[in-house]
Ligand binder design. Structure first.
Ligand code: HEC
Ligand code: HEC
Length: 401
């Protein structure tokens, strides 16, 4: 079947859908200022800040996508498809397996619908064939996933949930502009990880992609507490990592001083973008996902014998607003190179724990696969004297947060 048979008819209807900003739903608290939040959501999901200069002009990733990234390849690399952006005719064709998932033309049609979460493509049709002319990325690439309600990898957007399936390094490694050594670095990062400092300091040790929800009231952002607010880090990522047009300057990180282009497409977007992220509540644990009786025992341990409360106190379970901690407070340290040593503070922030059930693996390097592993790591390092049963109870409590 001609892969465009369904798409040409469906595109006009879909364009209307896209134009009104998609129809995703969020469980966030009711907005104080709905229009600011809507703007922030639009930016978070769809704004590339002009970073096509990096992904298209420099990395030529659009060529790689058009020639090699079929929908099957894209889903295999952990990219997600926004079901709300798909017209009904296309959904039906997908359900009936009439859409060729081994054809890059289908990928381009999905990009034209703005349906590939975190990728922003400009697609034109020439002689019945779709061509990808520009490709950029958005915040949603790493910090959104979908609920798989339509099919694995296809569903409604879950903004703020880290995409821990995403092998972003493998996608970057598709670039025809990179040499073998660079491809080997990017290709080695693995799923759910990204090194947001590699292109600054040349050191290679990726961090897990963290949630962008649950940050209201926390005034130290990132694993290392580099910024007092989300906007600080959003500017860092948008300019120095995504390649968006604008400037980043932090005297503590001279190597990260960067200006791209002569217009600022990042700065004006930051207030609404921050407001949107602050509205993203951490997800509650699914019903039946933990043992309430064991969790009650675990809470007593958390607050007592296991001494977790010393750092994970308060409503967000973090002392971030009071202090940062020496690298040795992280159970993932010592590591080489130390992630903290590469940051602006040289320290670690106590991680907030609301919604922690959702985003395994744990610690900034993902070295604890489960919450049981987290408890076991603290028990061994801090000689807490917890039994295996107590570590299990502690994990049940963490799953309940
Ligand atoms: C290529 C993947 C990627 C993209 C794109 C990306 N981020 Fe991140 N983000 C990360 C990683 C990895 C970290 C962890 C860095 C750290 O904390 O040291 C992070 C950290 C964060 C944090 C800190 C969370 C916390 O617990 O303090 C926020 C907030 C955030 N990103 C928001 C954004 C926004 C908004 C954008 C778009 C402007 C964006 N990110 C784009 C990968 C990404
Ligand atoms: C001295 C302060 C301190 C104490 C005590 C402490 N933590 Fe932590 N916790 C941290 C820091 C700092 C991090 C971030 C480490 C990293 O990412 O490398 C962290 C991270 C975590 C994480 C990972 C969260 C994520 O998003 O990956 C969990 C879970 C956790 N702690 C649970 C506990 C439990 C359970 C206890 C008690 C046994 C405990 N912590 C005791 C400071 C502390």
């Amino acid at each position: 079947m001609n892969p465009l048979a369904w798409s040409t008819g469906a595109l006009a209807a879909a364009a209307a859908l896209v134009a009104c900003g998609g129809s995703g739903t969020d469980d966030a608290a009711p907005p104080a200022d709905a229009s600011t939040l809507a703007q922030g959501r639009q930016t978070f999901r769809y704004d590339s800040f002009g970073d096509e200069a990096k992904w298209t002009d420099q990395l030529r990733l659009h060529e790689a996508v058009a020639s090699a990234v079929t929908p099957a390849v894209a889903l295999g690399a952990g990219l997600k498809v926004d079901a709300d952006a798909l017209p009904d005719t296309l959904k039906q064709a997908l359900a009936e397996h009439r859409v060729p998932l081994d054809d890059t033309q289908t990928t381009l049609a999905l990009l034209q619908l703005d349906a590939v979460v975190g990728l922003k493509g400009q697609v034109v049709q020439q002689g019945g064939v779709l061509k990808l002319t520009r490709l950029g990325v958005t915040c949603a690439l790493c910090h959104s996933t979908v609920d798989n309600s339509f099919a694995p990898g296809i569903g409604r957007r879950l903004d703020g949930w880290p995409n821990r399936d995403l092998d972003v390094g493998r996608i970057i490694a598709l670039s025809p502009a990179l040499d073998g050594a660079a491809k080997a670095v990017f290709g080695g990062w693995g799923r759910g990880k990204y090194d947001p400092r590699f292109n600054i300091d040349g050191k290679n040790r990726p961090a897990v992609i963290p949630p962008a929800y649950g940050l209201a009231g926390i005034h130290r952002i990132t694993f290392t507490g580099d910024g007092d607010d989300i906007a600080y880090w959003n500017r860092y990522v948008a300019v120095t990592q995504m390649g968006g047009l604008g400037s980043f300057l932090d005297p503590r990180l001279p190597a990260a001083t960067v200006t791209h282009g002569s217009v600022d497409l990042v700065g004006p977007r930051l207030p609404a973008l921050q407001a949107y992220q602050l509205s993203l509540a951490p997800p509650a644990p699914p019903a039946g996902s933990f043992d309430a009786v064991a969790a009650a025992r675990g809470r007593l341990l958390f607050e007592g014998k296991a001494q977790c409360l010393a750092c994970h106190g308060g409503p967000q379970f973090t002392d971030a607003n009071q202090r940062l901690h020496a690298p040795s407070a992280s159970m993932a340290e010592p590591e080489s190179p130390s992630y903290a040593a590469r940051s602006a503070t040289g320290m670690y922030r106590t991680s907030p724990l609301k919604g922690v059930w959702q985003h395994a693996p744990y610690f900034h390097d993902g070295s604890a696969a489960t919450l049981e592993d987290v408890g076991a790591a603290y028990n061994a390092r801090l000689r807490l004297g917890l039994t295996a049963g107590e570590i299990a109870d502690l994990a049940q409590y963490l799953k309940s947060l």
